[in-house]
Design a protein around this ligand. Structure first.
Ligand SMILES: Cc1cc2nc3c(=O)[nH]c(=O)nc-3n(C[C@H](O)[C@H](O)[C@H](O)COP(=O)(O)O)c2cc1C
Length: 203
């Protein structure tokens, strides 16, 4: 049973969350995890001006995803930073190249799940995940979130990402915040949860 984690990360927060998602997937016996980045669409000079080039070198070893790889997975967990309350353009462009898969119904019945990151606490994490789900539903995927059995999402003693829609982290206005232990635990839970459901579906 194959779980594909497909993400875009500009400053590393989504990459760190993707690693935690992968840890959770690996806890399910028989689950194979593959980590992939979606292709970059911004020119190098723009990335340099945005201060992303150096950070991105840290995960340049993660292979770039092809759309066909989606079809060979049993579950796909997508990670995207928030851009104006929506997924980032790099992810949108990648998904807009999946029309051929849609025409064949190649993703129908596979598990789909989403995690995110935003600069500010109320900057659109939920809208990003929920609007992403629309694309997964058009593909006929079975949408899975982060159930309240992950109790960490009920915490009010500290600022934390994580909602019934999926794991998330708050990066801070300058990207200075790193994912907290609670946010990483949410990501591990989501990875494990998706893999456990995919395992049942592929029995
Ligand atoms: C063009 C642009 C739009 C953004 N829009 C939002 C937004 O609507 N709300 C928010 O909280 N953060 C916003 N951010 C901040 C990003 O979400 C943040 O940098 C990202 O979550 C960090 O994840 P990463 O390190 O994986 O790239 C925006 C950033 C950029 C560059």
């Amino acid at each position: 049973m194959k779980v594909l984690i497909v993400y875009y990360s500009m400053y590393g927060h989504i990459h760190r969350m993707a690693e935690a998602i992968a840890e959770g997937v690996r806890e399910v016996s028989g689950a194979e995890v593959l980590m992939r980045r979606v292709p970059e669409t911004l020119p190098e000079e723009v990335l340099k001006k945005m201060g992303a080039l150096e950070v991105q070198k840290g995960f340049a070893n993660v292979p770039v995803c092809s759309v066909d790889e989606l079809a060979s997975a049993d579950a796909v967990i997508f990670g995207t930073p928030t851009r104006f309350g929506n997924m980032c353009g790099q992810m949108r462009q990648f998904l807009d190249a999946t029309g051929g898969l849609w025409a064949k119904g190649a993703l129908v019945g596979k598990v789909g799940s989403v995690f995110t990151s935003s600069g500010t606490q109320h900057g659109g994490q939920e809208s990003t995940i929920l609007s992403f789900h629309i694309t997964l539903l058009h593909h006929g995927m079975i949408v899975v979130g982060l159930p309240y059995s992950f109790q960490g999402q009920t915490r009010t003693d500290e600022v934390s990402g994580g909602s019934p829609y999926g794991a998330s982290t708050i990066a801070g206005g300058k990207g200075e915040r790193v994912p907290t232990e609670n946010e990483l635990a949410a990501a591990r839970f989501q990875g494990r949860h998706v893999a456990a459901i995919a395992a049942k579906l592929t029995k």
